[in-house]
Design a protein around this ligand. Structure first.
Ligand SMILES: N[C@@H](CCC(=O)N[C@@H](CS)C(=O)NCC(=O)O)C(=O)O
Length: 262
């Protein structure tokens, strides 16, 4: 066979093969949320074409966390932004967690069960969902910059959580001290850098919204809810948060989600 014919055949075989690779499609109805004690369920499923391209198989998502936003909320946002339905299991920290902890792979939550297979670590979960639902870019450098942004935002969490815990415990003095450190020393360099990354750009990676944008917007929108005006000095970041928060499915989620202190 001449080389031209070989190339033509190769292209044809590859395009047939590519058409058989998994393609994710969404289907279904989001169940009505109902806050009753510790467990709040939204049920549903995702359909995927199998590798042979024949028929469909259902993928079930079950997110296990506490009845809090915390590290579970960005996972909920990425699932919601990707139009995925999920079972939203919320353990009571006092009564259920001591027993459930032993069942978790690392003794921690959130855990996302994908067809009953557990996936741990909130950032890894969001990244996985981004890949599974096309909320990623292809360029390795852009991907790495996105990972960097997500890690920088995630690093803010322990100190921010300590402030909320001190407030919930009515330890005003401690909350004030921690807040001063957080808002004057920890937060400003991060916000400045994130804002700089968005100069002349709509999204953190390439030209499309990725899981990194949703993840970042989730944490920063909560930050601005706790500390009004914290996004005023960073207009690019504020624009990104506004855009994600105004996605119809995210807007609906915020309206309907359980009301929790953090
Ligand atoms: N790096 C992990 C941290 C997981 C983590 O510390 N989870 C906390 C809740 S935010 C937890 O499970 N605490 C209960 C315990 O340690 O018993 C992630 O991002 O998922």
């Amino acid at each position: 066979m001449c080389w031209l014919a070989q190339i033509a055949l190769c292209i044809r075989v590859n395009s047939v093969r590519d058409s058989l690779l998994p393609t994710f499609i969404m289907e279904g109805r989001r169940g009505e949320g109902n806050v009753e004690g510790e467990v709040w369920k939204k049920e549903g499923q995702m359909k995927t074409w199998n590798k042979q391209g024949a028929g469909v198989r259902m993928v079930q998502y079950r997110l296990v966390y506490f009845n809090l936003r915390g590290r579970g909320e960005p996972v909920r946002w990425v699932l919601t932004a990707a139009d995925q339905q999920f079972e939203d299991v919320r353990y009571n920290k006092e009564t259920e967690w001591p027993f459930k902890k032993q069942e978790m792979p690392y003794g921690k939550v959130p855990v996302l069960y994908v067809d009953d297979k557990p996936l741990c670590q909130s950032v890894a979960i969001c990244r996985y969902l981004g890949h599974a639902h096309g909320m990623v870019v292809e360029d390795p450098w852009e991907i790495a910059l996105g990972d960097e942004v997500a890690d920088a935002v995630h690093d803010l969490l322990p100190l921010a959580a300590q402030i909320v815990y001190a407030k919930v415990a009515n330890d005003t003095e401690k909350a004030k001290m921690l807040a001063t450190e957080f808002y004057t020393s920890t937060l400003p360099p991060v916000m400045r850098e994130l804002d700089r990354r968005l100069e002349g750009k709509e999204w953190f990676c390439g030209k499309k919204m990725t899981w990194v944008d949703v993840f970042t917007a989730c944490y920063l929108s909560q930050l601005s809810a706790h500390h009004e005006g914290s996004l005023e000095a960073v207009p690019n970041l504020k624009a990104l948060v506004d855009k994600v928060v105004k996605l119809p499915q995210i807007e609906k989620w915020i309206k309907e989600r359980p009301d929790t202190p953090m």
